[in-house]
Design a protein around this ligand. Sequence first.
Ligand code: AQP
Length: 342
Amino acid sequence: KKRIVSGVQPTGSIHLGNYLGAIKNWVELQYTYETLFFIVDLHAITLPYDTQQLSKATKVTAALYLACGVDPAKASVFVQSHVRAHVELMWLLSSTTPIGWLNKMIQFKEKSRKTGDENVGVALLTYPVLMASDILLYQSDFVPVGEDQKQHLELTRELAERVNYLYGGRKWKKLGGRGGSIFKVPEPLIPPAGARVMSLTDGLSKMSKSAPSDQSRINLLDTKDEIANKVKRCKTDSFPCLEFDNPERPECNNLLSIYQIITGKTKQEVIEECKEMNWGTFKPLLTDALIHHLHPIQDRYDEIMADPTYLDEVLAEGAKKASDIADVTLGNVYQAMGFLRR
Ligand code: AQP
C-alpha cells in the first residue's frame, strides 16, 4: 500500500475548515492507503503560545481525529513530539537546507510580518525543515496539501532530492544502502474541490484558528446555540436568491459549498434546492445541517474523553508503530551522512 502522512496543529479549536479540508478526507484515505495522522505539537510552538493549553489542546485534537472517524485499527494516530526522530532528523536536514530556501517561504514572510521582529523565533523560519522531516521520515508517497502548504511541500521534495544527491547515490550503496536513495520524494495529493472553507465574517479569507473573532468559524465542539448564533450573524449580501461561483458573492458561494459538503448532496441538487431561497430561509437550513452533522461527532468525542485510558493507549500504540518506521529512516540518514554507528 502507498503511504500518506498528515497532521493538524493543536493551536486552538479545531474548526470546520480543518475538518472539511483535512480530517474528513483522511477518513476516506485510511481505507486505501497506509496512513499516519499526527498531532503536530512541535509546530504549535513556532509562534508565542500558552504552555497551560498545549497538552490539553493536543488531547482534544487527537480525540477529535477519532471522533471524526479516523480508525486507530487502520491509521497510526500519534503525537509528533512522542516520536523523537522528528526533531533529530530535522537537525540533520537543517545542515543541508540553504537558508535562502527558507527566506523565500511566503508563510514565514507573512507570519513574521504579523508577529513583529522581536517575537519571531528561529523555529518560525525553520518550520518547513521540521515539516520535511515529518514527511520524509515515513518515506511517504503522498501528502495531502492545501494551497497554503504547497510551497512547503515543494521544499520537502527539493530537500529529499538534495540529500539523495549529496549523501545517497554510489557512496550510499557502497555503505549498504538499498535502492540508491535515502528518501522517497513525496507527491502532493490535492484535496477535492470546494474543500477550502472561508471565514463566516469575510468570504475572502480562509476560516482559521488564529483569526481573533470566534464568530468567524464553526468549531467542531460548538454547541447548538453557538452554531445557530454564528450562522445567524454571519456575513451575507443583499443580492436576490442564492448562487454558487459568483465572484461578487464569496460568502454565498462559501455557505452553499459548506451546505453541499456536509449534506453530501451534489452541487446540482443544492442549486435546485436553494436557488429560489433568500437568506432568511437558507440560514436555518444550514444551521440544522451543521448541527445534524456535528452532533454524532460531539457524542463520540464525549465518549472518548470520558474513558480515562483509551486515548492514551491509542496514542502510545500509534507512536510505537510510527517510531518503528521512523527509526529505520533516521538510522539510514546517520549512516549515509557518515556518523559513527551506535
Ligand atoms: N479554512 C480551511 N479550509 C480548508 N482546509 C483548511 N485547513 C485549515 N484551514 C482550512 C487545513 O487543516 C489542516 C490543518 O492545518 P494546521 O493545523 O496546520 O493549520 P493551518 O493550515 O495554519 O490552518 P488553521 O487551522 O486556520 O490555523 P492558523 O490559524 O494557525 O493558520 C491543513 O491540512 C489545512 O490545509
